[in-house]
Structure formats: structure tokens, C-alpha cells
Ligand binder design. Structure first.
Ligand SMILES: [Zn+2]
Length: 219
């Protein structure tokens, strides 16, 4: 493949609803919560106070899934940095920690996913219960030697049923394999359905459905 032109031809936009099939926990800062609060709060928008899914979490998850599916993860576990112009991982997400390459800018832009409009009434009902759009779950850690429960931890969660608006923009430069790039992201979103977002995913949290996927050119 010849080197790509760095003329920006257009943007594509992928939108979908991320619907939580199980509880979701994406950690925020303890500094944001009141004293006597939870051990492990979720991340929240500073202005609205509503929980959201950071674009960085989504982008990282998509990259990791796609890299593993392509066998591009480096033997030491680091992300791909081959910077080959036929590597969709490096083209879309950027070669890992490699500032000098000829692929041009990162193509994918993953926006923060905020609570969907349709999800607000149910979530606002939680506020009436004093829960600020979220619920709390207390988990006991079992000491294996003694069999007793120690250190109960309270984790804040976004309850199953919450829906978030996903938006991904894709920069398409002249000469980019546009159809392959779109298909690649679609594949990542497809794999996400069998994976999880956030913490405690291997024990039930963060299972999301990807609904109502739309792909369009941005005029
Ligand atoms: Zn690569």
C-alpha cells in the first residue's frame, strides 16, 4: 500500500445505545464523594452529577478486543505499535507509545457516553430515594483460612437497565480503507457484547448490549 495522503476527506459517525444488561461499575474518584460515602464510587459528570462511560474506557476496550482478535498484542502484553500502513489497529487507534510514524492522526474518536434521554425517568426515580442515579452494593470478602467475612466493601453501581448514548467519530483521510475501518469498529462493538465494560466484569458486572447501531457520513 502506498503512503496515505493526509488530506481529510470526511468524518463518519457511528451511534448506538449501550444498554446495561447487568450492573455496571466504572470507578471514579473518592474525592468527589461525601465523607462517610462509598469505598468505590462510580465516575460522574461534574456538571450534571450523572454517571457516564468515559470515551477512554470504551476506546481502550475496543482496542484491546480488536488487538487480541487480530493477534496483534505484543508478546509482553503491550498494545501494537507496528505502525504498518496495513495495520488497522495502529491506523485507527495509533501505534502504542510511538510518536514517530507515517500513519497520520489517530482515526477514531470515542466520545464520553452519557445517560440516554429514555433512561432518565427511571434513573431519576433513584434520586427520589436519595441514590443519585446509582445504587450501592456491599460485598463481603471471605477469608479463605478462617472462612469468615472481612472488610465489607461498598461499591457504587449503575443499575442494570441504564442506557447510554454511544458516539464514535471516524476521520477518513484520502486513501484510507474506509469500508474496512468501519467494519473493524463494528467487529469490536460486536465482540463487546460478549465482554464487559468497567470493573468486576468476570463476575457479572458491565455486560452491555449494543443497540440501534447507525453509521452515517457527516456532512
Ligand atoms: Zn500495528
Amino acid at each position: 500500500m502506498s503512503p496515505r495522503s493526509l488530506k481529510l476527506a470526511k468524518h463518519k459517525r457511528l451511534t448506538a445505545i449501550l444498554a446495561c444488561k447487568t450492573n455496571l461499575h466504572i470507578g471514579g474518584s473518592k474525592d468527589d464523594i461525601e465523607i462517610g460515602g462509598l469505598d468505590s464510587p462510580v465516575i460522574r459528570d461534574q456538571v450534571s452529577g450523572r454517571p457516564y462511560i468515559p470515551g477512554s474506557s470504551l476506546k481502550g476496550k475496543l482496542r484491546s478486543l480488536l488487538e487480541y482478535s487480530e493477534g496483534k498484542v505484543q508478546p509482553n502484553g503491550n498494545p501494537c505499535n507496528c505502525a504498518r500502513d496495513d495495520c488497522l489497529v495502529c491506523t485507527l487507534f495509533g501505534p502504542h507509545l510511538r510518536p514517530n510514524h507515517e500513519l497520520g492522526p489517530t482515526r477514531i474518536i470515542v466520545r464520553d457516553a452519557h445517560l440516554a434521554e429514555e433512561s432518565l425517568p427511571a434513573m431519576e426515580a433513584l434520586i427520589e430515594q436519595g441514590l443519585r442515579y446509582t445504587a450501592a452494593k456491599t460485598e463481603n470478602m471471605i477469608n479463605r483460612k478462617t472462612g469468615t467475612a472481612t472488610n465489607p466493601r461498598t461499591q457504587e453501581i449503575v443499575p442494570a437497565g441504564a442506557k447510554f448514548d454511544l458516539t464514535i467519530h471516524l476521520r477518513v483521510f484520502e486513501g484510507d480503507p474506509e469500508a474496512d475501518m468501519v467494519k473493524f469498529i463494528q467487529r469490536g462493538l460486536e465482540m463487546l457484547k460478549s465482554e464487559y465494560l468497567g470493573g468486576s466484569g468476570t463476575r457479572g458486572y458491565g455486560w452491555v448490549a449494543v443497540e440501534n447501531l447507525k453509521i452515517e457520513d457527516v456532512p
